[in-house]
Design a protein around this ligand. Structure first.
Ligand code: PLP
Ligand SMILES: N[C@H](C=O)CCC(=O)O
Length: 424
């Protein structure tokens, strides 16, 4: 596969942009080689600068559940764009999208739109601190909630991939306000609640982890999380990745969770920058201009992102069968990958919930961050490049989730398995 033009441009990019990229995981440092410059997408496929075609399992890291360039989403964005790009004033589409969020999360009274998942989690934590008057927060090892200071403590995703789970530049005094526990360890969570519960403002968690690779929550862990309420600790379900993806009502619907706040992003914006934090009136009324917790944004609730998000959510709501289809595809891919790897005698564990999946190159089970780190990352590199060279674009790190869209077909998956068989 010729990628000469991408290679030349990436060389040039590194002279102007740190690492040549606008977000670290794109740089392929975990797998080596040069990232292709993607210039066009259609359905489940993307095309690079050199004209190569790839079956896409990254989907812009999750937002594109309907696939690339969905005609209805493009039409709605285009129509909105003809009226201007942004006003920095209330727009009717914000109201429509807020109502749609509330249909997916019926316990939510108020929704505040922001432009990135990072802003959503950062603002939700500020709100939790403002509401409770407490400073400590709890997060879980290997969970990633964006790059706000207090959340870059034992973080997942690129922070984990590049070995900087505790970022430089975060003051230690601030990092100390973040207590870090093992994901899926119900007992240590209960213990921390027993001993420090009354100092803790909030527990933030990925209901299904995507940022240490996929980790599935145990029933005992979910129960222990709900024990937080006894201590007046707010529960923040970070559904930036899982919201509208695992079900219309996200992991909250799938697992029957009862959080106090939810953070959303990715699918919410349908491919443009929209995110949100949302919750019960009593808590959300603390946000300015109603209350004393300040949070603002020049482009928050911008009409284009509202239009693409609304079009995406309308399609998902009108087609509940899409989730059953994604589950069937996910199962087929999980079983197919496992069969090929078994055939080749390669130890592995495939973790999957619906359309999110990770292949760990280790014997299972993989339920915690420590277990995820046992994966053979050298083998992953070969898996990744074997697929890429055969036209399959898999996430360029073993500590990320691969995603499916409704544009993927069974034939696409069969092609992927064939590519893997050849590669191995
Ligand atoms: C669970 C989760 N929370 C928060 C974020 C941060 O979102 P963003 O990259 O839009 O800032 C991400 C992804 O990056 C995520 O996966
Ligand atoms: N894992 C991250 C988000 O979910 C990947 C996106 C990024 O950081 O660029």
């Amino acid at each position: 596969m010729d990628r000469t033009r991408s290679e030349a441009l990436f060389q040039e990019a590194q002279r102007h942009i740190p690492g040549g990229v606008s977000s670290p995981v794109r740089a392929f440092r975990a797998v080596g080689g040069t990232p292709p410059y993607l210039v066009r997408g259609e359905g489940a496929y993307v095309y690079d600068l050199d004209g190569n075609r790839y079956l896409d399992y990254v989907l812009s890291w999750g937002p594109l559940i309907l696939g690339h360039a969905h005609p209805e989403v493009l039409r709605r964005v285009q129509k909105t764009m003809e009226g201007g790009l942004t006003f920095g004033a209330p727009h009717p589409l914000e109201v429509e999208l807020a109502k749609k969020v509330k249909r997916a999360y019926p316990w939510v009274d108020l929704v505040r739109f922001v432009s990135s998942g990072t802003e959503a989690t950062m603002s939700a934590l500020r709100l939790a601190r403002g509401y409770t008057g407490r400073d400590l927060i709890v997060k879980f090892r290997g969970n990633y909630h964006g790059h706000a200071d207090g959340l870059l403590v034992e973080a997942g995703s690129g922070a984990l991939t590049f070995g900087v789970p505790n970022s430089a530049g975060v003051p230690e005094t601030y990092a100390r306000l973040t207590l870090v526990l093992e994901y899926n360890d119900a007992e240590s969570l209960r213990e921390v609640l027993r001993t420090r519960g009354e100092e803790i403002a909030a527990i933030i968690f990925e209901p299904v982890v995507g940022n240490a690779g996929v980790l599935v929550p145990t029933e005992a862990f979910l129960q222990a999380l709900h024990g937080a309420k006894e201590y007046g600790v707010l529960l923040i379900a970070d559904e930036v990745m899982t919201g509208f993806r695992l079900a219309f009502g996200g992991a909250t619907e799938l697992f029957g969770l009862k959080p106090d706040l939810v953070t959303l992003g990715k699918v919410l914006g349908g491919g443009l920058p929209a995110a949100a934090y949302a919750g019960r009136r009593e808590v959300m009324e603390k946000v300015a201009p109603l209350g004393p917790v300040y949070q603002a944004g020049t482009l928050s609730g911008n009409p284009l992102a509202m239009a693409s998000g609304l079009a995406t959510l309308e399609i998902l709501e009108a087609n509940p069968g899409h989730y059953a289809y994604l589950e069937d595809l996910g199962k087929r891919l999980e079983e197919g990958l496992s069969a090929v790897l078994t055939e080749k005698g390669i130890p592995h564990t495939v973790n999957r919930v619906g359309s999110m999946l990770t292949v760990f190159f280790t014997e299972g089970p993989v339920r915690t961050f420590a277990e995820a780190k046992r994966t053979d990352t050298e083998l992953f590199k070969r898996f990744f490049h074997g697929l890429l060279d055969r036209g399959v674009y898999w996430p360029p790190s073993n500590f990320e989730a691969a995603f499916l869209s409704v544009a993927h077909t069974e034939e696409d998956l069969d092609q992927t398995l064939e590519a893997l068989r050849h590669a191995l």
